[in-house]
Design a protein around this ligand. Structure first.
Ligand code: DGP
Length: 112
């Protein structure tokens, strides 16, 4: 069965899309944790980083290169945080790999 994010990629479920290219889609999180909170999702339905393989190396690199461009496009310059919740025990709730791009407020360290 298609994941929620596959349905967003297929435009079966609406989303506030901020970036799209041939390999990924980025859209605003429905439950934002910061003024800028975007989910960057590969179009390939990889479950999470633990499920990625060497075949995904270029795709994963692409996501890391696109993320700062999206942050800049959304006005947070180089002050943003990238987060991947990998596995249910780390808070993953949608099992289609995604990077959270968060910005627009101060962030504490260590994270909660
Ligand atoms: P995670 O917990 O890391 O798997 O993050 C999943 C995120 O997906 C969570 O921050 C909320 C977001 N989300 C869940 N359902 C929807 C939806 O239908 N639309 C959008 N835009 N975001 C969603």
């Amino acid at each position: 069965m298609a994941t929620l994010f596959e349905k967003i990629i297929a435009r079966e479920i609406p989303a506030d899309i901020v970036h799209e290219d041939e390999r990924c889609l980025a859209f605003r999180d429905i439950n934002p944790q910061a003024p800028v909170h975007v989910l960057l999702v590969p179009k390939k339905p990889i479950v999470n980083l633990s499920d990625a393989s060497q075949d995904d190396r270029d795709l994963l690199g692409h996501l890391l290169l696109v993320a700062p461009r999206i942050a800049a496009q959304l006005g947070v310059g180089d002050a943003f945080r990238l987060n991947v919740n990998n596995g249910a025990g780390a808070g993953q709730s949608v099992f289609h790999l995604h990077l959270h791009i968060l910005g627009g407020r101060p962030f504490a360290w260590p994270p909660g």
